[in-house]
Design a protein around this ligand. Structure first.
Ligand SMILES: C[S@@+](CC[C@H](N)C(=O)[O-])C[C@H]1O[C@@H](n2cnc3c(N)ncnc32)[C@H](O)[C@@H]1O
Length: 182
């Protein structure tokens, strides 16, 4: 019994430390979008054109799984760097048999968005700057971007929905290129 308890304690410590480490590395914890934020983000992207729906930092899979269920005919992609949330989202994907969902343990700044139809994110200010720089360098087609809480620099959102929560959390929707300055 003591050995089991010790192993469990070591596991919890390793997972906890890995989450702290990846939070320091990426700049954001794997905090999930609230139910209200998920619903607002799903509503903002409810009419996707052809091309994958992509969650930039899918955490425990909260949003990416909701997207895959809502759009069974669309390919849905999640990128996540933190290994334990990535593993949990992968287990959720397989247990729900979501064949249209692919989850990569990869830095989204190294991914190719050229075929994506909508990018979803819940990042942090510096992460939004990094995303803006990547889009400026690499993305030359029109694309929708839906961001929970954080705005994309130098871009005018086409809509801002304020959630009915204590922070009146904004959900921004952008049309990349047409409403962004270079
Ligand atoms: C606040 S969570 C959002 C989780 C999920 N998208 C949701 O809305 O519930 C942000 C996640 O982005 C991940 N992340 C941050 N920068 C990343 C990067 N460059 N590449 C991949 N994942 C990243 C973090 O590890 C974290 O799990």
């Amino acid at each position: 019994m003591l050995v089991l308890e010790l192993l469990l304690l070591i596991f919890v410590l390793v997972v906890g430390l890995s989450i702290v480490w990846s939070t320091l590395q990426t700049g954001i914890s794997p905090m999930m979008s609230s139910g209200k934020a998920c619903r607002a983000m799903l509503a903002a992207g409810n009419n996707p054109v052809d091309g994958p729906l992509v969650d930039l930092g899918c955490g425990w899979g909260t949003l990416v799984i909701a997207l895959a269920r809502e759009h069974p005919r669309h390919q849905v992609i999640g990128y996540e760097l933190s290994w334990f949330p990535w593993l949990v989202s992968l287990i959720r994907k397989y247990s729900l048999r979501l064949d249209n969902l692919t989850i990569y343990r990869k830095d989204f700044t190294k991914a190719d968005f050229s075929k994506a139809s909508i990018l979803f994110c819940y990042l942090f200010p510096e992460g939004m700057v990094a995303l803006h720089e990547k889009l400026q360098r690499e993305l030359f087609q029109d694309i929708l971007i839906v961001s929970n809480t954080f705005a994309l620099p130098s871009c005018q959102p086409i809509t801002v929905t304020r959630l009915n929560d204590v922070y009146h959390t904004p959900v921004y929707v952008y049309e990349w290129r047409s409403t962004c300055s270079w």
